[in-house]
Design a protein. Structure first.
Lengths: 168, 142
């Protein structure tokens, strides 16, 4: 039951597992907000006391000032778990950063495509989904037809189109 | 359990309620699960002979399959000395068709970002400090 250090590793391993066992593998994400238990509060208070009694190290001015932690601070975690009951494989990743949620759900979406047996999307995550499903030759014809119209589109449209224009 | 699957629209409103409920309660857990829908789908299962021939038939199905999404929380038990009451767990589920998958996940990400507001925000103060330090180092180097 490994916890991966990075979400990228978790995604790669999960994607391999899904490719091998797409029918039985499931992904559970858990968002948990928990208040600390009484014993945990005690432990934190003890630790704070211990830290306060220690002499302050003045030889290293660059070290950040000690952050005092609220003893009753709640714990919030977001855990991703890929589990395959047939083989017993379990892959996990845990974070407490809100900034990661969007990217992680994006990963879930890409893994969802494996589940649905859809072809993989391109690696470029910034590309909008609609752009991928659009027929390509048609788009190219549009660009060729008139530079003015495509310019307008590029100004109003997404970055994905601009990229294509640059390639051409 | 005989629960009916919700439509995608309904699922998102209920999911927002579920997150809101956890937020107002101040603690709690929300689980989200996704897996391939293999039961009771319109696509017929491959004949037994084919399965025997090719044990990996499920890795390359003839057509894309829907994905089942579930969301649930834990039930609450009455506890002396606290304000906890007996509340059954909430369970939601929806089926996402392969064609709707990308659109669904775009909305799903938004719903989750909004719902998981208690996670740590990006620490702006810290980032500024490190930037300043870096600049200082460069100056010393020059």
């Amino acid at each position: 039951m490994p916890y991966f250090p990075t979400s990228q590793e978790w995604y790669e391993q999960s994607s391999l597992l899904l490719k091998a066992r797409p029918a039985s593998t499931r992904i559970t994400s858990k968002y948990s907000v928990s208040k600390p238990a009484a014993s945990k509060i005690k432990k934190r208070q003890k630790y704070e006391e211990k830290k306060a009694s220690r002499p302050v190290n003045t030889t290293r001015p660059s070290s950040p000032p000690p952050q005092s932690q609220d003893a009753e601070e709640i714990t919030v975690t977001f855990t991703l778990k890929t589990y395959d009951p047939a083989s017993g494989t379990c892959l996990q990743y845990e974070t407490n950063k809100g900034a990661e949620v969007g990217r992680l759900i994006g990963n879930l979406g890409r893994l969802g495509r494996h589940m649905a047996a859809l072809p993989e999307t391109t690696e470029d995550l910034s590309m909008p989904a609609e752009g991928v499903s659009m027929p390509r030759p048609d788009e190219n014809a549009h660009v060729k037809m008139g530079t003015t119209s495509s310019d307008n589109k590029a100004a109003a449209g997404t970055g994905g189109k601009k990229k294509k224009k640059g390639k051409k | 359990m005989g629960r009916d699957h919700l439509s995608n629209e309904e699922f998102f409103t209920q999911l927002a309620n579920l997150f809101e409920y956890t937020r107002t309660k101040g603690h709690g857990t929300v689980y989200l699960t996704q897996k391939r829908m293999t039961f009771n789908t319109s696509s017929t299962p491959p004949p037994a002979s084919k399965v025997a021939d090719d044990p990996l038939w499920d890795t390359h199905p003839a057509e894309p399959l829907p994905v089942l999404i579930r969301a649930y929380n834990n039930k609450s038990k009455k506890k002396e000395g606290t304000d906890r009451e007996d509340i059954d767990k909430t369970q939601l589920s929806t089926i996402v068709k392969p064609d709707d998958l990308d659109g669904f996940y775009a909305r799903y990400a938004e719903a989750c970002k909004a719902g998981m507001s208690r996670l740590k925000k990006r620490d702006k103060k810290k980032a500024k400090k490190t930037k300043k330090r870096k600049k200082g180092e460069i100056k010393i180097g020059v």
